[in-house]
Design a protein around this ligand. Structure first.
Ligand code: AKG
Ligand code: FE2
Length: 309
């Protein structure tokens, strides 16, 4: 059955040719009409990341109420602590973490969140943009022989931090205690999951690459071979032509389809404080082009999130 939607009156303006759109003429909250929610969801599926300006009225409760219209919130994180008094809200705070590495959120569990909603709380006077990349487009633009290769390939993702792969002076070696504490908490329980490198999007049917910084090794390849192939594929994802970069202003909210994107928090704001609040929505377990589901190898993520079917 198809339902005719009322014209909800929102505006959708592309923010780039590859990914991203700015949505206007809407005040976000838990009271939006179903037709408006449907239009926002469609814009998200079409553009992979959508941006809303001037949402100054939103606090954690308002962000959560709106998020619930799009899905079922997960806990803030499988291991990291939430904002005080808000179990579904993850603080992204420059005091103890900087996400300056390309990733898709929480790919070390089987039930990867479907959608993430990120709201500006405290912004630096300069820098601190976030960049998103389109993993559907990256797959689609691969030459056919490489598509054939990755469609049969699987990879292990883990939350165990790869210090060698992501060396960051000033944080390694106990120089920054807060970062080290956060990292310990992040790794306090080990998760390892085998995912297909190409997943079929449960809503659009599109094929997307599943890579990013939680990927530890391709199944059947050595670490040297993993590094070589990972660089080839990951470069396709993060090529600037395949990205959109957002300069945060007070009142901004960004929503991305975590099944079709990677993102990177640019850490170019010196020692200024920067804080954003994130809510993630439950996702399905990825499915390969052959219909095979991802398999958890270590850790049980059922406390973190339902599986959305
Ligand atoms: O700090 C940023 O810009 C990105 C943070 C991030 O990775 C996230 O919210 O999932
Ligand atoms: Fe993230």
């Amino acid at each position: 059955m198809t339902t005719q939607l009322e014209a909800p009156g929102i505006t959708v303006a592309k923010a780039g040719g590859a990914i991203g759109a700015v949505i206007g003429n809407v005040q976000l909250g838990g009271d939006l009409a179903p037709a408006t929610v449907a239009a926002i969801r469609q814009a998200l599926l079409d553009h992979k990341v959508i941006f809303f300006r001037e949402q100054h009225h939103l606090d954690d409760a308002g962000q959560l109420a709106f998020a619930r219209l799009l899905g079922t919130p997960t806990l803030a994180h499988p291991t990291s602590r939430s904002v005080d008094g808000a179990a579904n809200v993850l603080p992204i705070d420059s005091d103890y973490s900087k996400s300056n590495s390309w990733h898709t959120d929480v790919t070390f569990v089987d039930r990867i969140p479907a959608i993430s909603l990120l709201r500006a709380v405290t912004l630096p006077a300069y820098g601190g943009d976030t960049t998103w990349a389109n993993t559907v487009r990256a797959y689609a633009n691969l030459p056919q022989p490489l598509q054939a290769l990755v469609e049969r390939l699987w990879a292990v993702h883990s939350n165990l931090y790869d210090y060698a792969g992501h060396a960051d002076e000033g944080r390694i070696g106990g120089i920054d205690v807060k970062f080290e504490e956060y990292q310990k908490e992040f790794e306090s329980k080990l998760f390892e999951t085998e995912h297909p490198v190409v997943r079929v999007h449960p809503e659009t049917g599109e094929r997307a690459l599943v890579l990013g910084h939680f990927l530890r090794r391709f199944v059947g390849l050595s670490s040297a071979e993993t590094t070589a192939l990972f660089q080839l594929l990951q470069n396709r994802v993060t090529n600037l032509d395949n990205t959109v970069r957002w300069h945060w202003q007070p009142g901004d909210l960004a929503i991305w389809d975590n099944r079709a994107t990677q993102h990177y928090g640019v850490a170019d704001y010196d020692d200024q404080p920067r804080r954003l609040h994130r809510i993630t929505l439950a996702g399905d377990v990825p499915v390969s082009v052959d219909g095979v589901r991802s398999t958890p190898r270590t850790g049980d993520a059922s406390h973190f999130s339902d599986v959305d079917n």
